[in-house]
Every structure is written in structure tokens, then in C-alpha cells.
Design a protein around this ligand. Structure first.
Ligand code: PAF
Length: 284
């Protein structure tokens, strides 16, 4: 595996592969790899000739008071894990190369960014789309793989690629969960052992909603939401940021439920913000 830090060298590396007619995939990450990241890498490996993983804790997608300064980092471990997954290039740029002095451009997708995480984290998606646009220009991938846990992020990136006529296939990989159902996330490492037990409340709420919906498919979205909120509030120390039932294409609240309605949740457990989502019918 090659470890590349300079954007210019990264582009030169990709240009060579592209000139040979090879398919290059990109897995954008902020590092501190867990099984969820590794699955994205494995998936990319099956679909392309060369896999590039970017590892960059993107400062501009964190708001004031968020967890940028404590975001977990373990470069040696990440390097070892990516190498084991047969990743071809690990791209670890420096913030000063990504955002040199005088950098003054932002990519902003409107509409789909104005709800859910976009509402509670102002500016977050501008940071995400700006860095992903830069990564696409530097790495020039044919395809890019993102986890579906960040469902809104995936929708925002799809919209950016569509609106800007980018020739990159965007793949949404299913959520990878711990044995008890907690969606894998680098931020799970912040949880104390008692918070970790409480964190099951997100997946339990999805299962609870699925059961309620299976019992009565005509239940009004507002009453199902009330039930889910009381269910989750039964767990100690959970602060709801949002819980919504949305259309998975538009991310708008639905007036009536169907199998494809998506339950999306963001909660705080102690100081840790966790998100999750799931369709009301999981197809099983
Ligand atoms: O999902 C993430 O880890 C980040 O938001 C991404 C896509 C790597 C951009 O920094």
C-alpha cells in the first residue's frame, strides 16, 4: 500500500491508473477505522481495480464547540488495517495543503441540507461537500463509497454529483452494526461503559418502530413518533436532537407511512452525539 500525503502526488498516482484504463474507487474517511470502514474498503475492492482511502479529519465540517479537538486519531493502526484490506493507496493530506492560506471557496447544496443534521449543525454540510469535492478532484475516482449511517450526507453528496455533472458513481453501503445493534462509528469510542449500554436505544427505537408499524400500517406518523419518543426517553440520560419519519428520497417528513419510510434519529448520550436510521420495513 502506498501512503501519499501530497494532493499533487495523489493526482499523479490516479492519473497513471486512469491512463491504463483502470477503475479507481475512493473511500473517504476521517480515520480511526472500525469494521464499518473496513467493509467499505472490502466492497470497493470487489468493484474496482484500485482502491484509494482518504483519511482526513476535515476541520471545516465541525462547528464551534463540536468534537474536532478530541476526534480520535490512531494513524499507525489505521495504516496497518488499511494495508491488511489490500487498499492500494492511503491518502493522508495535511490541512494546510487542503486549505492553504487564501482558500476561499465553498460548495453548498441547498434543499436537502436544510433539515435534520443540517438544521442542528449549521455549516456542517458545506464543510462536507467542500472537502468531498476536493477529494473527487484530487483522486478522480470512478466511484466513491459512503456508509448509509450518514444517510443525509449520502443524499447531499448524490445531489452535488448530479447537479455538478460529476462522472462519479456514488455507492451507499449498508450500515454495519455491533452485535447488539449499535451502528459502528468512530464516535462510539467516546462512550463510557454505562453510556455504551444506553446507546442501544437508537437501534432499539428502530426495532420498536418496525414492530409498531407491522402491527398497524395505517398509524399516523405523528402518533408513531410520539410512541418512539416516549420509548427512547425510557432510557436514562438520552437527549433527543431529532427523531423524524421521512421520505428517503427527499428527506421531508411524511404525511402517511409506508414500507419505505425512513426513521432518522440523532440523540446525545452524555457529550456524545449519535445518529442512526432504518426503514420501517427492513425486508426480513
Ligand atoms: O463521513 C465522513 O467520515 C466524513 O464526513 C467525510 C465524508 C469523510 C468527509 O470528511
Amino acid at each position: 500500500m502506498e501512503v501519499i500525503c501530497s494532493p499533487v502526488e495523489m493526482t499523479a498516482w490516479s492519473n497513471k491508473k486512469i491512463a491504463q484504463g483502470k477503475i479507481v474507487s475512493l473511500v473517504p474517511t476521517m480515520g480511526y477505522f472500525h469494521e464499518g470502514h473496513l467493509r467499505l474498503m472490502r466492497y470497493a475492492k470487489t468493484k474496482s481495480d484500485f482502491v484509494v482511502v482518504s483519511l482526513f479529519v476535515n476541520p471545516i465540517q465541525f462547528g464551534p464547540g463540536e468534537d474536532l479537538s478530541r476526534y480520535p486519531v490512531d494513524l499507525d493502526r489505521d495504516r496497518m488495517l488499511a494495508d491488511k484490506e489490500m487498499v492500494d493507496a492511503l491518502f493522508i493530506p495535511d490541512a494546510k495543503d487542503m486549505y492553504p492560506e487564501g482558500f476561499n471557496t465553498q460548495i453548498q447544496v441547498s434543499g436537502v441540507t436544510e433539515t435534520l443534521c443540517g438544521r442542528s449543525r449549521p455549516g456542517h454540510f458545506i464543510g462536507v461537500t467542500t472537502v468531498v469535492a476536493k477529494l473527487f478532484n484530487i483522486v478522480k475516482p470512478n466511484m466513491a463509497v459512503f456508509g448509509r449511517k450518514d444517510f443525509q450526507q449520502l443524499a447531499v453528496i448524490r445531489k452535488m454529483v448530479q447537479d455538478l455533472d460529476w462522472d462519479v458513481s456514488i455507492i451507499g453501503h449498508p450500515i454495519v452494526r455491533e452485535e447488539d445493534g449499535l451502528a459502528m462509528s468512530s464516535r462510539n469510542s467516546y462512550l463510557t461503559s454505562s453510556e455504551r449500554k444506553t446507546a442501544i436505544c437508537l437501534f432499539s427505537s428502530i426495532q420498536y418502530a418496525r414492530n409498531k408499524f407491522a402491527q398497524n400500517k395505517h398509524v399516523a406518523p405523528s402518533s408513531l413518533l410520539d410512541e418512539i419518543k416516549s420509548f427512547i426517553q425510557g432510557f436514562n440520560g438520552v437527549n433527543i436532537e431529532y427523531i423524524q419519519l421521512v421520505n428517503q428520497e427527499t428527506l421531508e417528513n411524511v404525511n402517511a407511512l409506508d414500507d419505505n419510510t425512513l426513521l432518522v434519529l440523532a440523540v446525545k448520550i452524555g457529550k456524545t452525539r449519535l445518529i442512526d436510521n432504518g426503514l420501517l420495513y427492513d425486508g426480513v
